[in-house]
Structure formats: C-alpha cells, structure tokens
Design a protein around this ligand. Structure first.
Ligand SMILES: Cc1cc2nc3c(=O)[nH]c(=O)nc-3n(C[C@H](O)[C@H](O)[C@H](O)COP(=O)(O)OP(=O)(O)OC[C@H]3O[C@@H](n4cnc5c(N)ncnc54)[C@H](O)[C@@H]3O)c2cc1C
Ligand SMILES: NC(=O)c1ccc[n+]([C@@H]2O[C@H](COP(=O)([O-])OP(=O)(O)OC[C@H]3O[C@@H](n4cnc5c(N)ncnc54)[C@H](OP(=O)(O)O)[C@@H]3O)[C@@H](O)[C@H]2O)c1
Length: 252
C-alpha cells in the first residue's frame, strides 16, 4: 500500500508557460539517481491523484526537484504548475524505478538520450561521482521542440567546464529552423543517429562498447531503439546483457 506523506512546496521555477521545475521539502526520502517518485494532489473525491516524476537533484540534497511539462488538458500537471511555495502536496514515501546506473552494464561511452522532460533522471545521475568514474566519455543528447525547452543550461555549462572532454552536451531542436548551437543538430534524434550527425557532433560512436540510455517520449524510444538495433546494439536484459536501457514516460 502506498504511504502518502504531506510535504511542502519550496519553490516553483517556470522556464516558460509549459515547463517548470518543482522543489519539495523531504524529511526522509532516500533514492538512487535515476529513480522517480510518485506525487499527488487530492482529486474531486479527496483521493490522491498520483503521477510519476523523476528526481533531478542528486541523492542527499536538501530538497527534491522535478522538471515537469504542463500537459494541455492533463489531469495533474496543470495543477502542479499552479502550486505556490508553502502549499502542501502528497509524496509517496517509496522511490521507484530501475533507470539507474546500477542497471547499466560497463562500457567506454555512455550516451544519455532524452526528449523533453526525459532529461530529468540524467541530471541526477550527472551530479553524482559514479558516472564519471565508470565511463570515459558521457554524452547528453536533449531533443526538444523549441529552444526555450532547453532547461538547465547553466548546469550543462558548469559540467562542461568541470569535466572537459569527458562530457558533451548535445541539444537538438525540432521545430525551429536554426540549430541551438554550432553543432547544427536539428530535427529528431533517431534520424540524427541514422544519418551519423549525432556521432559526428559528439566525435564518438554508437558501438558495442557504448551504453545508451533512452528516456522520455515513447515514440522516440521506439524509433531510436530500432535505429540502434540496425547498428548491432541490443536491449539490455539481466539474463542477456546489451547496450540499450530505456524509460518511457507514457504508453505508446
Ligand atoms: C517513470 C516515469 C517518470 C516520469 N517522470 C516525469 C518527469 O520527470 N517529468 C514529467 O513532466 N513527466 C514525467 N512523467 C510523466 C508523468 O507521470 C505524467 O504522465 C505527466 O505529468 C502527465 O500527467 P497529467 O495528469 O497532467 O496528464 P494525463 O491526463 O495523465 O495525460 C497523459 C498524456 O500526457 C502526455 N505526457 C505525459 N507526460 C509527458 C511529458 N513528460 N512530456 C510531454 N507530454 C507528456 C502524453 O501524451 C500522455 O499520454 C513520468 C512518467 C513515468 C512513467
Ligand atoms: N514545448 C512547448 O513549448 C510546450 C508548451 C506548452 C505546453 N506543452 C505541453 O508539453 C507537452 C509536450 O512536451 P514536449 O514538447 O516536452 O514533449 P514531446 O512532444 O515529447 O517533444 C519532445 C521532442 O520529442 C520529439 N519527438 C516526438 N516524437 C518523436 C519520435 N517518434 N522520434 C523522435 N523524436 C520524437 C519531438 O519532435 P517533433 O517536434 O518533431 O514532434 C520533440 O523534439 C504537450 O503535452 C504540451 O501540452 C509544451
């Protein structure tokens, strides 16, 4: 049975009208980087209306942080976006999920591939030491509709400075003609994998020494997986190790 605990909203940062970061107090919540929490507000019957959100902060931080898209006509996310500091929200006391580095096999290069708010779990993983000790190179690919959706750029800049050539940040914008930077990455991620444009921008390959994490839009995950499979990579299973680990944010 889920145990709901009331926690306070610490802050709400609106990146733009459709995207925000929510910070919550958490008296006693321990999780692994990459996992998610269930948060809820009461529905019209007073029952918790829950949804899953990946933690953005590293384990051990003072507050829990989530990056959330305000889904037009969504049942919960518009209500979350209207919260104010000091208001109360319900947090399930148990973190969940297997999208953490202990479920990713060894490799030389880690590709973290996200669309939209699927960047969330990677932000948590990137703020821990483990990933930098395990992988020689780490590439974060963030596919969004518009440049304004490229959140957490300050953290990306700081990681770039701290990690140098070990880290690359590869933003991809699909609905604006101009690329977000000199890398020239425009369009959808699977097409950029297929054409080799992503590998060229990262100066790195998708091969059997890579590990690839895919997170966010289920259609992107499906298409990216099939493109990677055509390059010989396979879904990772405990009984049959592979290179692809996935987390879908909604059903296909
Ligand atoms: C493991 C897991 C982790 C998740 N982590 C996050 C997270 O960190 N941030 C986040 O914003 N969402 C996350 N989600 C999605 C989240 O749980 C909700 O589905 C989302 O907030 C929509 O809820 P809603 O009640 O507003 O919309 P609903 O009324 O439930 O409508 C759902 C529809 O909204 C769309 N949708 C759902 N999530 C997203 C999204 N993230 N971006 C764009 N469109 C979406 C899809 O079309 C989906 O069918 C996660 C889901 C899972 C399963
Ligand atoms: N982004 C905004 O400005 C905005 C503003 C207000 C509200 N919202 C809400 O947020 C939700 C959308 O969020 P979002 O833009 O973060 O997520 P999204 O719709 O999942 O789009 C994120 C990225 O995924 C790409 N994508 C979609 N299908 C793909 C596929 N099959 N293969 C590869 N890439 C694929 C999109 O490309 P394409 O562009 O080619 O589809 C886009 O670049 C909507 O429910 C909307 O209500 C968004």
């Amino acid at each position: 049975m889920p145990t709901w605990m009331p926690v306070q909203v610490v802050s709400v940062h609106h990146w733009h009208d459709g995207l925000f970061s929510l910070q919550l107090s958490h008296p006693d919540f321990h999780f692994k980087a990459g996992q998610f929490a269930r948060v809820a507000l009461p529905d019209s019957q007073g029952e918790p209306l829950p949804r899953a959100y990946s933690m953005v902060n590293a384990p051990g931080s003072q507050v829990l942080e989530f990056v959330i898209a305000k889904v037009a006509d969504g049942a919960l996310s518009p209500r979350l976006s209207a919260l104010r500091p000091g208001q109360e929200i319900l947090l399930n006391s148990h973190p969940s999920g297997f999208f953490s580095l202990d479920h990713v096999p060894e490799g030389d290069t880690l590709w973290m591939v996200a669309t939209g708010t699927g960047i969330g779990p990677y932000l948590s993983i990137l703020q821990q030491d483990d990933v930098w000790q395990r992988f020689k190179r780490v590439h974060l690919v963030h596919g969004v509709r518009y440049r304004k959706d490229l959140c957490y750029r300050e953290l990306m800049r700081a990681l770039g400075e701290a990690k140098g050539a070990q880290f690359s940040y590869l933003p991809v914008v699909s609905r604006e003609p101009e690329s977000p930077n000199e890398l020239g990455l425009h369009g959808r991620i699977p097409a950029l994998i297929e054409s080799g444009a992503l590998e060229a921008a990262a100066q790195s390959e998708f091969n059997l020494h890579s590990q690839v994490m895919l997170c966010g839009n289920p259609a992107m995950i499906k298409d990216a997986r099939s493109t990677l499979e055509s390059k010989g990579l396979r879904k990772h299973l405990r009984r049959s190790p592979g290179q692809i680990t996935m987390e879908q944010y909604w059903a296909d």
